[in-house]
Design a protein around this ligand. Structure first.
Ligand SMILES: O=C(O)CCC(=O)C(=O)O
Ligand SMILES: [Fe+2]
Length: 376
């Protein structure tokens, strides 16, 4: 595969934007300690008991999702509550889980990766035709275009953002890689279905009283009224000269509610532990990684943890010559959802999901306001 080194001359720090995240703003308190001692008083419109203090594992648990797999015909309600409890336990400590037996077909993930490989291998001038337009988030984002922490140079990655409502025909490489659009949209839809199941279980595990109502706040995924986006990421082999401090994806937290992440067999992802140390989150066959984003941490008044993570450069010579790919599905509630502390604590002022993103982006990028540019 040939990979262009990217057009560094067009790199514009003012217009860089994060993959999903914004590491510089003061974030809700994410220390493991504070997350546990919630005021469990009932007040506010949706009183919730945050009861048991979960144990702090400091590593990423693997959870068997088979009771609520997308492939499961009849669901046994009795099996869902333990699963919900396990999920919330993990999300309130490490903030990350691996899900096994989730039901998204591995063949569909491979097809999407393979189609994306063909796209990323196209010459720069061809990929440019599919560049993400300034006012939209769908499309190609070139190498080093983004940096997720201002302390580092641009990330050594390129991306193809998939936002179905913005994906006009001319933003798909239909002639160059005809199968890309169909595979991506099919995977987007499977991820949508899985995310709804995860969100339903999270709601149960959080003792949200009206679970169906909570779920309905996500019924516009895939339309313009919801900012959910899938990103196919390509980390090419390392260029001859890597800038000081440059890595594949800088330290960050994700913006949204939850993220579903598929990684290929090449490692590099690291997740911060409660002690502040970065620990590898290696690829585990037939699993997806799921993590909490900042919006969900805020919504749950810091009960659930949006945890810092990054993708390091490979250490071995062989690794440095390898491509790494991942697919991240960044889930958001519908833009008109009011994000008010679910425990009624008013820890953070209520804000609309759409405005929240706008605000984050404005603070970071000095007036670049449209969430359409960078929603993830
Ligand atoms: O590529 C990965 O494994 C992680 C990417 C990531 O964290 C992101 O895009 O937010
Ligand atoms: Fe991330």
């Amino acid at each position: 595969m040939t990979v262009s080194s990217g057009d560094k001359s067009t790199f514009d720090p003012q217009s860089t934007f994060s993959c999903s995240h914004e590491p510089l703003l003061p974030r809700p308190d994410s220390s493991c300690r504070n997350r546990m001692d919630k005021d469990t008083e009932e007040h506010g419109p949706v009183p919730i008991h945050w009861d048991a203090t979960p144990e702090d594992h400091g590593h990423i648990p693997i959870i068997d999702f088979s009771s609520y797999s997308l492939l499961k015909g009849a669901v046994d309600e009795d099996e869902l509550q333990p699963l919900a409890t396990q999920l919330v336990q993990a999300f309130s400590t490490v903030g990350f889980v691996y899900l096994r037996n989730h039901g998204i077909p591995a063949a569909l993930v491979s097809r999407t990766f393979e189609a994306a490989d063909k796209f990323f291998a196209l010459p720069e001038e061809v990929k440019t035709k599919f560049s993400r337009p300034a006012d939209k988030s769908h499309g190609w984002v070139c190498l080093e275009r983004e940096r997720v922490t201002m302390e580092r140079p641009g990330d050594l990655k390129e991306a193809f953002n998939v936002r179905p409502p913005q994906a006009t025909e001319k933003l798909w490489p239909s002639e160059e890689v005809p199968e890309f659009q169909q595979a991506s949209l099919q995977l987007y839809d499977k991820c949508r279905q899985l995310s709804l199941r995860i969100i339903e279980l999270m709601a149960r595990g959080l003792n949200i009283q009206d679970v169906s109502n909570f779920l309905s706040l996500h019924d516009k995924i895939g339309t313009a009224a919801n900012g959910t986006m899938m990103r196919i990421l390509h980390y090419p082999p390392l260029p001859e000269r890597v800038k000081p401090g440059q890595i594949r994806c800088g330290e960050h937290t994700d913006y949204g509610e939850i993220t579903i992440l598929f990684q290929d067999a090449v490692g590099g992802l690291e997740v911060q532990s409660c002690e502040g140390k970065y620990v590898p989150a290696p690829p585990i066959p037939d699993t997806v990684v799921v993590n909490i984003g900042d919006l969900m941490q805020r919504w749950t008044a810091d009960k659930l943890a949006s945890t810092m993570h990054r993708v390091l450069l490979p250490e071995t010579e062989e690794g440095q010559k390898s491509h790494r790919r991942s697919i991240a599905f960044f889930v958001h509630p519908n833009k008109d959802t009011t994000i008010a502390s679910l425990d009624g604590s008013n820890k953070y002022p209520p804000i609309k999901a759409g405005e929240y993103l706008d605000e984050r982006l404005t603070s970071t990028y000095g007036g670049r306001k449209s969430e359409e540019k960078t929603v993830n």
